[in-house]
Design a protein around this ligand. Structure first.
Ligand code: C5P
Length: 225
């Protein structure tokens, strides 16, 4: 591996994205939001009327994606073919589409190279489901960030309300539970902690707590002074 990699995996709403951005900023590393890649594919499939089980067409679509992930202190964007699509990706419909296209092994393989190419000097912080287990098995530091489904649903609810969407708490909770089962039980790349991952439960912790814990682990690995 040419550049050091930090992976932060875990279920939806555990706080991976925020922690990954904070740590990437501190280390001066590139950032990979791998969920956004699956969301883009789900969105593009929907817009192009490609069925979520039409594997050849999904693979062709996956091979055509040109992505970038610019970020600052407050925000991570996603660029598709040079156009910002970040806001369009954060809906429940797109999240559900993402988890349906993500179950197919050929689709996951097609997205593997795209993810690995992001590991450029000076380094990469990536968040997802299988970054520590499958995409970057040799990562310098692997975190598995978890939280109870109720806490995660509440966080997702507040995030969606803040972005101006009209949603119901109970619907968010049900959708998260369905997506959790799909992500944890799929035969390929299921959501599980890597054997050498540090597991952090964020249910009773603030973002600042988790960032501090991750920073300490980065220091122990020699990634920060
Ligand atoms: O992390 P996020 O909620 O944006 O991910 C959306 C969906 O994409 C997940 O529910 C999961 O099915 C899929 N995904 C995946 N592997 C990743 C990241 C996301 O299968 N590395």
């Amino acid at each position: 591996m040419t550049a050091p990699v930090v992976t932060i995996d875990g279920p939806s709403g555990a706080g991976k994205g925020t922690v990954a951005r904070c740590i990437a900023l501190e280390l001066g590393f590139h950032l990979l939001d791998s969920g956004a890649i699956y969301r883009i594919l789900g969105l593009a499939a929907t817009e192009n009327r490609i069925a979520f089980d039409d594997i050849p067409s999904l693979v062709e679509l996956a091979n055509s994606l040109e992505l970038g992930f610019p970020y600052d202190n407050h925000h991570t964007d996603v660029m598709l073919n040079g156009v910002s699509v970040g806001r369009k990706l954060r809906t429940q419909m797109v999240a559900d589409a993402a988890s349906q296209v993500a179950i197919h092994p050929p689709v996951r393989s097609a997205l593997m190279d795209l993810q690995r190419r992001q590991a450029r000097p000076p380094g990469l912080v990536g968040d997802g489901r299988d970054l520590g287990t499958i995409v970057f098995p040799d990562a310098e530091l692997k975190i598995f960030l978890d939280a109870s489904v109720e806490v995660r649903a509440e966080r997702r609810y507040l995030e969606l309300i803040e972005s101006g969407q009209i949603v119901e708490r109970s619907v968010i909770l049900r959708d998260l539970e369905i997506r959790d089962v799909r992500d944890r039980t799929r035969p390929v790349a299921p959501l599980v902690p890597a054997a050498d991952a540090y597991v952090i439960d964020s249910s009773e912790k603030t973002v600042a707590d988790v960032v501090a814990e991750t920073r300490d682990l980065c220091r122990a690995k020699g990634l920060i002074q």
